[in-house]
Ligand binder design. Structure first.
Ligand code: UGA
Length: 437
């Protein structure tokens, strides 16, 4: 199938490469010339495990091309919209500028019977509005909403073999021609047994925001329990293990720590609240305000704990932050709790060094005032305290005996509750976790 993909960020670049791997002929389009040049040279402009290899693999097949010229979409049967929907400046709502521009850019190049497939995360009601725009332009194209559930760090596998596929079709008509076309795009995953749900536009849009809201709520729930555990002298990691053994609850996404960040969960719950307000249903989502508040409190709590750990004052204390990205196996620092804590500590007088295997270039662009050292041993030398804020495996594997010899004071704050307290204490460290005695 001939496919165009508009938008080459985390979602679009991975989607385009995966579609080409599945045997489709793909043209990927983005306004950013640098990004397109990098992708065309099989260099992903961001770190995503397996993506560079996949780009190289499909490049030799000649089935994937990159361009800044949207006219290249002409001749494709399916057009995927994969552009970003960031939070508006100073408001909770989502900025739909890029989605609107993608649609209006495509319109002149559509042929009769083409299918536009929205994958971006959008406020409910967007597909209906865009369908009207397409209709009023007299384009004989059908709009489907097909939300994406990939996780950064696992994006390639999640795209090739998702755990479910959702199609939002006009009026939820399962026998719509567009459904059969998209079925052939996803033939591999469907043949492998991936469940597919066909529904209407608003339900498909809501599936995505509801899923991310649920995940955010689960994380904030366990972080609220961590606050309780701190107050009561209990251990939130054991509590999570025990409640997670109930199948109805499940252990995944119950890791208490410094909370969620990234380009999705924080802005998605805010956009969801804003949209609910517009729809007159704001009361239904007031709990998400609390989810957001609990999440942001984790960062403050971490700064307070660091101060305690340093004997009551951060002034002049050498603090080494392990991890800058919002999660491991990524170089994404958007709304990264780790980086925001590092910046807070610096503001409050600490002398902060940040280390990370992948994210230092992005981090230094965002917070140039922090000190960045790529070699972790060098970064930890003479530290008054270590803060593990992103749980890269290499930090989880640190040898506390060896590290104790290079720091100035063996004090560690485990912001992701991934270290073994007994092991670190046995090696002479003052260990503090979040919600752990
Ligand atoms: C999230 C969703 O998980 C994807 O399904 C969705 O497709 C994506 O957003 C999106 O909307 O595009 P992602 O942003 O890659 O994916 O990150 P997650 O793996 O969900 O992690 C989000 C944050 O939660 C990270 O900062 C992570 O450290 C934190 N987290 C996760 C916790 O603090 N505790 C946990 O138990 C799990």
């Amino acid at each position: 199938m001939r496919i165009s993909v508009v938008g080459c960020g985390y979602l679009g670049a991975v989607h385009a490469a995966c579609m080409a791997k599945l045997g489709h002929d793909v043209v990927a389009i983005d306004v950013d010339e640098q990004k397109i040049a990098a992708l065309a040279a099989a260099n992903a402009p961001f770190y995503e495990p397996g993506l560079d290899d996949l780009l190289r693999e499909v490049q030799v097949t000649g089935r994937l091309s990159f361009t800044t010229d949207v006219a290249a979409a002409r001749g494709s049967v399916v057009h995927f919209i994969c552009v970003g929907t960031p939070q508006k400046k100073g408001e909770n709502g989502a900025d739909l500028t890029y989605v609107d521009a993608a649609i209006s850019g495509l319109l002149p190049y559509l042929s009769s019977g083409d299918i536009i497939v929205g994958k971006s995360t959008v406020p409910v009601g967007t597909a209906a509005r865009l369908a009207e725009i397409i209709k009023s332009a007299e384009a004989d194209a059908h709009l489907l909403w097909n939300p994406e559930f990939l996780r950064e760090g696992h994006a390639v596998a999640d795209t090739l073999l998702p755990d479910r596929i959702v199609y939002g079709v006009l009026n939820g008509a399962e026998d719509h021609d567009a459904v059969a076309v998209l079925d052939s795009v996803y033939a591999n995953a469907l043949a492998a047994g991936t469940p597919r749900i066909v529904t209407d536009h608003p339900t498909a849009e809501l599936v995505k925001t509801a899923a991310n809201s649920f995940l955010a709520t689960k994380i904030s729930f366990i972080n609220a329990m961590a606050e309780l555990c701190d107050a009561a002298g209990a251990d939130v990691t054991q509590l999570a293990d025990a409640i997670g053994m109930d199948d109805r609850i499940g252990r995944k996404f119950l890791n208490a720590g410094i909370g969620f960040g990234g380009g999705c969960l924080p802005k998605d719950i805010r956009a969801f609240m804003a949209r609910a307000g517009e729809l007159g249903a704001d009361q239904a989502l007031t709990f998400l305000r609390e989810v957001d508040a609990i999440n942001m409190r984790r960062r403050t709590r971490m700064v307070e704990l660091a101060r305690e750990l340093c004997g009551g004052s951060l002034l002049g204390k050498r603090i080494t932050v392990l991890g800058a990205d919002f999660k491991p196996e990524s170089d994404d620092v958007r709304d990264s709790p780790a980086l925001s804590i590092a910046a807070q500590l610096q503001l409050q007088g600490a002398d902060v060094t940040v280390t990370d295997p992948k994210a230092l270039a992005n981090a230094s662009r965002r917070f140039p005032e922090l000190h960045y050292v790529s070699d972790s041993t060098e970064a930890m030398a003479s530290a008054d305290a270590l803060l593990l804020l992103t749980e890269w495996q290499m930090y989880q594997d640190l040898d506390p005996y060896h590290i104790a010899e290079i720091v100035a004071s063996p004090r560690v704050l485990d912001g992701r509750n991934v270290l073994d307290p007994a092991k670190w204490r046995a090696a002479g460290w003052v260990y503090r976790g979040l919600g752990r005695p």
